[in-house]
Design a protein around this ligand. Sequence first.
Ligand code: 6GU
Length: 227
Amino acid sequence: MRIDILTIFPEMFQGPFTESIIKRAVNKGLAEIHIHNIRDFAKNKHKNVDDYVYGGNAGMVMMIQPIADCINHLKQEREYDEVIFLTPDGEVLNQGIANQLSLKQNIIMLCGHYKGIDERIRQHFITREISIGDYVLSGGELAAAVLADSIIRLIPGVLSDETSALSDSFQDGLLSPPVYTRPAEYNGWKVPDVLLSGNEKEIINWNYNQSLERTQTRRPDLLEDKI
Ligand code: 6GU
């Protein structure tokens, strides 16, 4: 998979993609992430990428030309499955959307700023608008990093234990059960006996019941469509 991220703050992506699972995915050649500075495509003298909003309201809007040129430049090189705009008024990201997008080949992610982007970009270039939750961030960069992470870890071969993505919270619509590691007793606090029993069937049962109980108490909304 190839992800192209369009931003006016390319430095914001230094950290998130150079550690852990995403780093491994990139090193294995399973994911390619390319960061593009929208400002590099600005044609005006001062390399401006924003302008005053029409209609007199306060605030700046990201203008069409640099973004359109950047997207068209990329589209000349390859076909894109999705051109995603990260915005608080998009559909809210969930595991189902991450699963869908993990099957794509080429994705563009556009990070917005200021009061937004010229509506004509959304009308003519954007195929999907995604938010990462009901709160406001300063820009789309952190949201793009979250979205990219949620997608890349699902690409086959990225996780070393193929089953581990399947047992993630949300993958089956339930939260994960609690987990323990050695020692079996610390400070008088014991690991549940069943996990030390070696009885695989009972352990599977216990884990499932714990998942169900956690989901019922913490996120009953996740169970609503199952009942
Ligand atoms: Cl995608 N962008 C911004 N600016 N804020 C957000 C968001 C995106 N998702 C949740 N809050």
